[in-house]
Ligand binder design. Structure first.
Ligand code: UFG
Length: 336
C-alpha cells in the first residue's frame, strides 16, 4: 500500500521552512515540523503536524524520530544574524553546528539517510568572480558563514562514512512571500532589505537607510541576487527527489539558489516605490560592516541538474508578493 513520505522539517515554523512545508504538502509529502519557536510562529505551521522541540536536546530529537516514520530531513533551524555571529560566535557554533550534529547523529541512529540543508552564499566570503559558481573558493568572512561551511563539511564526511545522501542549498537573498498569502516573512528583529523597505512604505519606520553608496557598482549601492521563497521551496522538493534517484550513493551535493541576476539596493527601493505606489523616504548611511559589494549566483547547475526554473524571477513580482503579505500580516496584528 502506498504511504506518503514523512519529512521532518527542522525550523518549519519559520520563513523559508513554512513555505517548504506548503510545497511538500502540495506534492504529496507529509511535513512534520520540529521547531523550538524561538524565531518560529505557530500560526505559520499550517501544513503537517507540529512538534515543539529543541535540536539541542537529543532526547527531544529522538522523540520526533520515534513518533513518526521519518524518511528524510530538511533543516532550516539556524541563527542567521551575521553581525550577532561576530559578537557571539559561541552561540552560533553551538546552535548552527552542534545542534545540527545532534540531528545528523539521530538520523544515523534511526537509519534516515536523506538530508536537505539550508546553506548560504556566505560560504564564499568575498567573491573573486561573478556570477559565483559552486566551485568558487570558500573563505567565509564571519562566523555565520563558517557555521554553514562546517556543516557542509560534516555532511560530506557523513556521506562517505555512513552513506548519508545530502544536498546543501546555498541561498542567495531569499525574498518575497507565498503568492496565496498563507505564509510569509516575519522576523523580529528584521534586518533584511525588502521587508524594511516595505515597513517604511507602511509608515512603520520613518525611512529606509541605504547602507553605503560608494561601492564599486553601477549606482554605488550593493548588488544582490534576490530569489523568491516559493522558488526556493520548489528547489527543496526537487533536491529531495534527486536524492531519491541517487539510490545507494552517499553523495553530498551542493547547489546555488539564486536567479543569476543582480539588483542594487537603490533598484530594490525604486521597485518597491513602483509596487506600493508610495514615495518611500530614503536616507543614505554608512556601509554595514562585512557586506560584499556584489553577490550574484551562477544558477546553471541547479537549473541543469535539478531542472529548476524559477517562476517568480522578476523583482517586481518578488516585491509585490512581499508587499501583499506584509500588509495582510500587519492588519492581522491590529485586529487580533
Ligand atoms: N541594506 C540596506 N539597508 C538596510 C538593510 C540592508 O542598505 O536597512 C542592504 C545591505 O547592505 C545589503 C542589501 O541591502 O547590501 C541586502 O541586505 P540583507 O540584509 O537583506 O541581505 P544580505 O545580503 O546581507 O544577507 C543575505 C542573507 C544572509 C546571508 C548573506 C550572505 O540574508 O542570511 O546574504 O552574505 F548571510
Amino acid at each position: 500500500m502506498y504511504s506518503p513520505q514523512h519529512v521532518l522539517v527542522a525550523g518549519g515554523a519559520g520563513y523559508i521552512g513554512s513555505h517548504v512545508c506548503k510545497e511538500l504538502s502540495r506534492r504529496g509529502y507529509v511535513p512534520v515540523v520540529f521547531d523550538n519557536l524561538q524565531y518560529g510562529h505557530t500560526d505559520l505551521v499550517r501544513w503537517g503536524d507540529f512538534i515543539l522541540g529543541d535540536l539541542g536536546d537529543p532526547e527531544q530529537v529522538r522523540l520526533a524520530f520515534s513518533r513518526y516514520p521519518i524518511s528524510a530531513v530538511m533543516h532550516f533551524a539556524a541563527y542567521t544574524f551575521v553581525g550577532e555571529s561576530v559578537a557571539e560566535p559561541d552561540k552560533y557554533y553551538n546552535n548552527n553546528v552542534t545542534c545540527t550534529l545532534n540531528l545528523l547523529r539521530t538520523m544515523h541512529e534511526y537509519g534516515v539517510d536523506r538530508f536537505i540543508f539550508s546553506s548560504s552564499a556566505a560560504v564564499y566570503g568575498e567573491p573573486k568572480v561573478m556570477p559565483i559558481p559552486e566551485e568558487h573558493p570558500q573563505w567565509p568572512i564571519n562566523p555565520y558563514g563558517w557555521t554553514k561551511f562546517m556543516v557542509e563539511r560534516i555532511i560530506d564526511d557523513f556521506g562517505r562514512a555512513y552513506g548519508l545522501k545530502s544536498a546543501a542549498l546555498r541561498y542567495f537573498n531569499a525574498a518575497g512571500a507565498d503568492p496565496d498569502e498563507e505564509t510569509g516573512e516575519r522576523h523580529d528583529p528584521e534586518t533584511h532589505l525588502i521587508p524594511l523597505v516595505l515597513q517604511a512604505a507602511m509608515g512603520l519606520r520613518k525611512n529606509i537607510t541605504v547602507f553605503g553608496s560608494d561601492y564599486d557598482t553601477p549606482d554605488g549601492t550593493c548588488v544582490r541576487d534576490y530569489v523568491h521563497v516559493a522558488d526556493l521551496a520548489d528547489a527543496h522538493v526537487l533536491a529531495l527527489e534527486y536524492l531519491d534517484d541517487q539510490s545507494g550513493k552517499g553523495n553530498a551535493h551542493v547547489f546555488n539558489l539564486g536567479n543569476g541576476q543582480g539588483f542594487s539596493v537603490r533598484e530594490v527601493i525604486e521597485t518597491a516605490k513602483k509596487v506600493t505606489g508610495i514615495d518611500i523616504p530614503v536616507a543614505t548611511g554608512e556601509r554595514r560592516a562585512g557586506d560584499p559589494s556584489r553577490l550574484v549566483a551562477s544558477s546553471d547547475k541547479v537549473r541543469k541538474v535539478l531542472g529548476w526554473t524559477p517562476r517568480y524571477a522578476d523583482l517586481e513580482q518578488i516585491v509585490k508578493t512581499a508587499w501583499d503579505w506584509h500588509r495582510k500580516d500587519s492588519n492581522k496584528d491590529q485586529t487580533s
